[in-house]
Structures are given as C-alpha cells and as structure tokens.
Write a protein that binds this ligand. Structure first.
Ligand code: GAL
Length: 420
C-alpha cells in the first residue's frame, strides 16, 4: 500500500515535470551528414533544443561531405518502409521524394509560424512540393568562397587573388616558397565544387545557368566549357599528391595549420575555423573565389519530413522539430556555428562576422543582378541523376593524367543528355 502510494506520487511528479516542458513527448529520428567539428557542434544545438522540449532525439548520422553516402542509406531505409522522421535532403531531391509520395505536409506549422512571410520566395519554392511545405530550410551557404591563411600569404609575399589569372600567379609564388597552394580532397563532390567555381568565373552567371540549370547542350559542349576544363586542369598543379580521398575538413585543417595557403570551398569551412578557435580577419581570410566577386552560388541546407505511421506523439515531435529549425533563436546559434547565414529575412545580424555580413550583402545584391545561381555540386541546380553524371565526367577528367579538355566538354554534354 505504502509502495503503491509512493509509486503513484512519483508517476504524478513525472507527469507534471513532463507537462512543464512538453506534453507531447515523442521521438524524432534524424538522418544527416553533419559529422565534422563545426557541423556536429551546429546540429547539436538542435538536438539540445528538441530534448529540452521533452522529445527524444535519435541521431542517425552518416559521415561523408556532400551527403552521397547518407542518401544511399536513406533510400534503403525508406524503401523498406521505415523512414526516419526527418532527413537532410536538399534541392531537387526534395521534389523527387515528394513525387514518390514519401513526404508529409508541414503547412499547418508553416501557417502558424508564417514561414511564407520570412523565407525568400526562391528558397520557399525549393521547400514546397506541389505548393505544400514538405521541408524546412536551415540556412543559406555561399559556395564560391576562397579561404586563406594570411600568415602564409605574408611569408610568400603575395596578396589574396581576385581573378583566375591572379590565382595562378599567386599559387606559383606560394609553391616556390615551399608551401602547398591549394588544399583539396579528391572526392567527386569536392572536385565538382572546385569545377563549378571555375565554371562560374569562366562562363559568367548566364552561361552557368544555361549549362547547369537549363542543361543547354551548346553551352555544355561549347568553346567556353573547353576553357573551363582547361583552367580546372591547371588547378592540379597546386594540389599536393596526398589529396586522394581526403575529407574536406582535413583540407580546411591544412589551411588552419598553415600547411596550405588556400581552399576553395563553401562557407561550412568557416565552421571549422571557428571550431578551432580561429579569428576571422586575423587567423584566416574569406574572399570571393577568384573571378566570382559579384556572383553567388547558393546551397541551402534543409530537412525533409517523412510520413510516419507510428505514434501520434512522434508525429507531434516531428512538427516540434520543423518549428524549432525556423525559430530566430535557433537560426542565430546554428548559423554562427555553421558558417552560413540565416534563411529568415527578419534576423538581427549583430552577432555575425564580416564573412557572414559580406555573404548576406552579396546574396541580396546578386538576387537583383541575376548573379545568384544554384550550386550544381550541392544538388541545387539539377536532379541527382544529372548531377551524378556531371560528377563522373568531372572527377574522371581531374584524376586522369593529360586528359583532353575538348573531349571532356563533349563527354559532359553527352553524359548530361543521357541522364536527363
Ligand atoms: C554540404 C552541406 C553543407 C556541408 C557540406 C560538407 O552538402 O550542404 O551543410 O556541411 O556538405 O559536409
């Protein structure tokens, strides 16, 4: 009798404490590929917020920048009828999952939270399938950045390059000083990231869009594309022989330590500098990638939400997750850690550094000028089928000795055509 009364009071107390945080405690299982230092720190903020609400967070992290491995694992899980609550799915992939009928509507959350009023239309359209919100954006990443170690530049007596010609000139001098000019990891998605940045500089925004959004065969196989491959190939002279399979964050670490001078990578690299306690402007420099000063290749991270067949509590927890991602508080902390800028247009940017402010200014200016273009390497410009066809051609070309740029442009157009 005494025992059961004690148990009863414990149960009552637990129920009460549960109610003060969240009366719908459920579980969210979240698939993502945020495993580097800066990325893990960023996603951990979300986990903590979800747990504070009384929900539980089941982490489903699949390592591998660019998310190729994560997407393979996700397909297996979804096809076997057991998808996670949410998965890091981006760009055109959201539409593909929506078309297959896997995703759930978030319109009720979107309406209460007024997402349409605070998310730029260009972003909102990516998050909607058939007019319905099925995904939630975290941020805007700029891909065309150059990360540089100023101490190395000083040692070599050079300044940060703003054009491709300057880049090659500066890289020669850094090489002569005995330092690796460009930190890179030879993985298909990293090769594609470098390629796309060179393409943006050589083609210009209009032809970039023609090639990677409209899939225009004339541009894909044309003279300018041959030049893209030629300039891209020159980059090989400035990369060290140990770059095979190197992860992107290990490449960033080389710049942090002064083993390499530069990295061309999206601003998730900034998350690594920040995690290492480095100060922007003093320990590292961000500059637009050579030849792309007034252009912006965007990458938007998002979680897509799956239809769940389980408990109501889990469905509610899923909505809590969607709502939390878009809150101002989360957008601020997450993006400070991640290196990106918030996706909400009504944020106070006082805590953000100069790289983030430059990114924000460039995002707004390029949206007006027509130089805001979706990143091919990050899956924002085209379907995953076309993207992987491009990856194949680009990576094979980059890894082959004496590959022919003219032949590569021809192969590129053929591969894209076959994947359309
Ligand atoms: C991208 C993702 C970024 C970033 C990077 C490296 O695809 O959008 O958030 O972290 O991969 O893992």
């Amino acid at each position: 009798m005494k025992l059961s009364r004690t148990l009863l009071s414990i149960t009552f107390a637990l129920t009460l404490s549960g109610m003060t945080t969240n009366s719908y405690a459920g579980e969210v299982e979240v698939l993502h590929w945020w495993t580097s230092g800066g990325e893990a720190k960023s996603v951990d903020v979300l986990k903590q917020k979800i747990e504070k609400q009384g929900n539980s967070w089941k982490d489903f992290a699949v390592a591998g920048g660019g998310g190729e491995s994560a997407m393979t694992v996700l397909k297996t899980r979804a096809v076997s009828g057991n998808p996670p609550s949410a998965a890091q799915i981006k760009g055109h992939d959201i539409q593909e999952w929506g078309r297959l009928g896997f995703l759930t509507s978030l319109n009720d959350v979107a309406q209460v939270e007024q997402w349409d009023q605070v998310i730029p239309a260009v972003v909102a359209n990516i998050m909607k399938y058939d007019g319905t919100y099925v995904a939630v954006p975290f941020n805007v990443h700029r891909v065309n950045w150059l990360w540089a170690n100023p101490a190395v530049f000083k040692k070599a007596g050079v300044t940060v390059p703003t054009t491709l010609d300057e880049f090659f000139d500066v890289a020669d001098k850094i090489k002569a000083a005995g330092i690796i000019p460009l930190a890179h990891g030879r993985q298909a998605w990293q090769d594609a990231t470098l390629f796309e940045t060179v393409a943006l500089a050589v083609l210009g925004s209009e032809d970039y869009n023609k090639a990677f959004v409209e899939l225009d065969m004339d541009v894909l196989s044309g003279e300018k594309m041959v030049d893209v491959f030629t300039q891209f190939q020159r980059m090989k002279d400035y990369i060290d022989p140990k770059s095979g399979g190197r992860r992107w964050n290990s490449a960033t670490e080389m710049v942090i330590k002064g083993e390499a001078a530069m990295q061309i990578m999206g601003d998730w690299a900034k998350g690594e500098f920040a995690e290492a306690g480095k100060v922007q402007g003093k320990d590292y420099i961000c500059a637009p990638a050579p030849g792309t000063t007034n252009q912006f290749t965007f990458n938007i991270d998002s979680f897509a939400f799956f239809k769940l067949s389980g408990a109501e509590e889990d469905k509610q927890a899923q909505k809590d997750l969607a709502k939390t991602i878009m809150t101002k508080d989360f957008q601020q902390i997450f993006n400070l850690n991640k290196g990106s800028i918030p996706v909400r247009t009504d944020m106070n940017m006082a805590k953000f550094d100069q790289c983030a402010l430059d990114s924000m200014a460039a995002f707004k200016a390029t949206a007006q000028s027509g130089d805001l273009v979706p990143s091919m390497s990050q899956g924002l410009s085209t379907t995953s089928y076309v993207q992987s066809a491009i990856f194949d051609v680009v990576s094979t070309f980059f890894n082959q000795k004496d590959a022919d740029p003219k032949e590569a442009a021809h192969k590129l157009s053929r591969a894209v055509k076959a994947a359309m």
